[in-house]
Design a protein around this ligand. Structure first.
Ligand code: ATP
Ligand code: MG
Length: 321
């Protein structure tokens, strides 16, 4: 399988008044052509920092890339000139954020923003670009697209703005889409429609990095999944493998906390304890204080990501499986 994106040894920290936050630490993963990789983990574990770094959207200061490479199409996105990166943004790699207003301009109507995006990356006349934009509003389920092309973002509901941003991200037919909680603000029927569109794109060999807290969506959409905990990848493997036999105790706990539908109402199982402070991670395994299996070595040594068949997991217990 051909690798499309290869993240190697990526560490990013933030300098704050309280000290240095080690947001992500030696993150390694790759995404193949046409593959959907899910990225999951508790709030604050570094998913958005990882995804935003691909298009160099981490402001510096306070952010700092301490180490790493992000290889896309044989180029290191972290070191190419910014002008070159701008040509990649949107056209080859597009991003869908949780907060649509970060991507839309309040000063221009929806139609003009769609046209501008199409014209920035391709030699296309205004009328044709307007037609394509309108078609995309239709594709993402916006009613009366002809009229809504003239709407300004402040005239749209949050869900509609989100869909306009999704249209912008999909319409240039990128090779990679990075979607960070793309549909949280949308109702389930629209969510399903957007994931159908993404599945269509996958058939055309588009790759997707999908961040969501919704494990149902991960199960439905992804080929592989990477699990992050306290700034590190703790497990990565195929969707079936991970859901059927999670190896890392954190992945096990995460899957146990998924609500199941049953007649008897049960309290959701949350993972006891707290994520360690990113200012000061403990020596040894970062999950040690919340893990049922912690033993001496876990408090003294930091486990590496070990390869077990087609899986990788960061746990001393897994090594001997
Ligand atoms: N601009 C910033 N300045 C300081 N710290 C930051 C900044 N951006 C992120 N961080 C820190 O980096 C760590 C990782 O944050 P990140 O936003 O990637 O988490 P996340 O996994 O996306 O969480 P969520 O699921 O809540 O979106 C957190 O400790 C966060 O506080
Ligand atoms: Mg996030």
């Amino acid at each position: 399988m051909e690798k499309l994106l290869d993240i190697k040894d990526l560490s990013i920290s933030f300098k704050t008044d309280e000290g240095t936050i080690h947001a992500i630490d030696k993150v390694f993963f790759s995404i193949n052509k046409g593959e959907v990789l899910g990225l999951v983990g508790e709030s604050g574990c570094g998913k958005s920092v990882t995804s935003m770094s691909v298009l160099r959207l981490i402001a510096s200061p306070p952010g700092n890339i301490d180490s790493g490479k992000i290889i896309f199409d044989n180029k290191d996105l972290l070191s190419i000139p910014i002008e070159e990166l701008k040509k990649i943004r949107g056209k080859f790699i597009s991003m869908i954020f949780q907060e649509p207003m970060t991507a839309l301009s309040p000063l221009h109507c929806v139609g003009n923003q769609l046209v501008e995006t199409l014209q920035f990356h391709g030699n296309i006349d205004y009328k044709k670009a307007w037609e394509i934009g309108e078609q995309w509003l239709h594709n993402i389920g916006i009613g009366d697209p002809g009229k809504n092309m003239y709407a300004y973002p402040f005239q749209l509901s949050g869900g509609m703005s989100q869909r306009v941003m999704i249209a912008m991200a999909l319409m240039l037919d990128p090779k990679l889409i990075i979607a960070d909680e793309p549909t949280t603000a949308l109702d389930v029927t629209i969510q399903a429609q957007i994931f159908d569109l993404m599945r269509e794109m996958k058939k055309k060999d588009t790759s997707l990095l999908l961040i969501t807290h919704n494990m149902g969506i991960i199960w439905e959409m992804c080929d592989r999944v990477a699990v992050m905990y306290a700034g590190e990848i703790v497990e990565i493997g195929t969707i079936k493998g991970i859901f059927q036999e999670p190896l890392h105790p954190y992945t096990q706990a995460l899957l146990n906390s998924i609500p199941s539908i049953s007649i008897k109402r049960e309290k959701l199982k949350s993972i006891p304890g707290q994520v360690p402070s990113p200012f000061n991670y403990p020596k040894g395994c970062r999950f040690q204080d919340r893990c049922n299996y912690t033993f001496d070595k876990c408090r003294k040594e930091h486990p590496d990501l070990e390869k077990i068949n087609d899986r990788q997991a960061r746990c001393f217990l897994v090594k001997n499986k």
